[in-house]
Write a protein that binds this ligand. Structure first.
Ligand SMILES: *Cc1c(COP(=O)(O)O)cnc(C)c1O
Length: 346
């Protein structure tokens, strides 16, 4: 892969904004370099633009060097950066499996980049050959979401490998739900594939969606490009502090929460399957279930009236009649099943 030929020319030659905290790093007793207020500590000071303390801890947990990590304002930030760094508006394109996470297409549209959809095979199976066939000389990136939202399944390893080894551009693997699957993360293959970007997030298994903190793992060269283009202070002090505190246990609390959610997933799927109105519950490697139902729209509106909100995916490709239901606590899942039983006898 020739990284230089993939990057937009203006970004490759971009001289990034140099902020005060870039120029001086380290400890001092008097800071008069950034036009900050001397009052209202600690909020008066700009946060670390490269989140060094946080990255050092994440590096240990994920076993990836800090130089290969970008911390973003949610993983939505690196998704947008992929377009801004690699895709020339109106010239380049990206390809992605369909159905998948909606942000890839929204970011493509915002950046005026063509978005090519490749339908998944039966069982929502990724077909590498079909994805590769949709690419051309202007395809800068392909997006693989695994486990996939909304189909909840993991992309087969051999299909992903085929894409990684045959596509000469950037391969993005979004692993937002990896903690709920039994599969290994592709971050273990970062050194083998210089064209790989893996996305993780603190929004799902880690329970910190409100803090907006996501991660991109890639080669040092790709991370350097992200750092050049991102807003200098993209992750605020409160988020950096709170995430650091939450991961100080190395992920022990997260692992307990994941175990509780996984213990609920099968009973919830069984209870849904036992309902007359449910045609099928798809296998899940994530913290949600894709459920094919009779009268999905009616059930959705009924549940809203009952104060229970699920996601209506019935207008999404290959998801006709489907609702996406997040696995909640035992009590929340019970409330859902009770409401659906009431709907059946109505
Ligand atoms: C929820 C989700 C994310 C997380 O996005 P954040 O911006 O980190 O909250 C990323 N990718 C997929 C596929 C998701 O479903």
């Amino acid at each position: 892969m020739d990284l230089k030929s993939l990057v937009r020319k203006n970004i490759y030659s971009l001289k990034p904004y140099s902020c005060a905290r870039d120029e001086f790093q380290g400890e001092a007793s008097v800071y008069l370099d950034a036009n900050e207020s001397p009052y209202n500590s600690p909020f008066n000071r700009y946060p670390d633009p490269l989140q060094r303390e946080l990255k050092a801890k994440i590096a240990k947990i994920k076993r990836v060097p800090a130089s290969k990590i970008m911390v973003g304002n949610g993983s939505d930030e690196p998704i947008d950066l992929i377009f801004r760094v690699f895709c020339e508006p109106t010239e380049d394109n990206v390809a992605a499996m369909e159905p998948t996470y909606g942000m890839y297409k929204v970011c493509a549209d915002i950046n005026n980049v063509e978005y090519r959809k490749v339908l998944l095979d039966d069982g929502f199976r990724l077909n590498a050959r079909k994805l590769l066939a949709a690419t051309d000389a202007h395809t800068k990136a392909v997006f693989i979401c695994s486990p996939n939202n909304p189909s909840a399944n993991t992309a087969p390893e051999e299909e992903v490998r085929t894409v990684l080894e045959n596509f000469p551009g950037i391969v993005v693997i979004d692993e937002a739900y990896i903690d709920f699957s039994g599969s290994k993360s592709w971050i273990e293959s970062l050194d083998k594939y210089p064209n790989l970007i893996v996305l993780h997030t603190f929004s799902k298994a880690w329970g910190m969606a409100s803090l907006r903190c996501g991660l991109a793992f890639a080669s040092e060269e790709i991370i350097a490009l992200f750092n050049k283009v991102k807003y200098p202070y993209n992750v605020n002090l409160l988020t950096q502090k709170q995430v650091l505190e939450a991961i100080a246990d190395g992920g022990a609390a997260k692992n307990r929460w994941v175990a509780m959610i996984l213990a609920e997933r099968k009973p919830l799927a069984d209870a849904l399957n036992a309902l007359q109105i449910v045609e099928k519950v798809y296998p899940s490697d994530a913290n949600f279930l894709l459920v094919k139902a009779k009268q999905a729209d009616g059930i959705y509106r009924y549940l809203v009236d009952e104060g229970i909100i699920v996601r209506n995916r019935s207008s999404v490709a290959l998801c006709g009649g489907c609702l996406r239901i997040t696995v909640g606590t035992k009590e929340e899942n019970k409330a859902l099943i009770e409401a659906l039983k009431k709907y059946e006898i109505k």
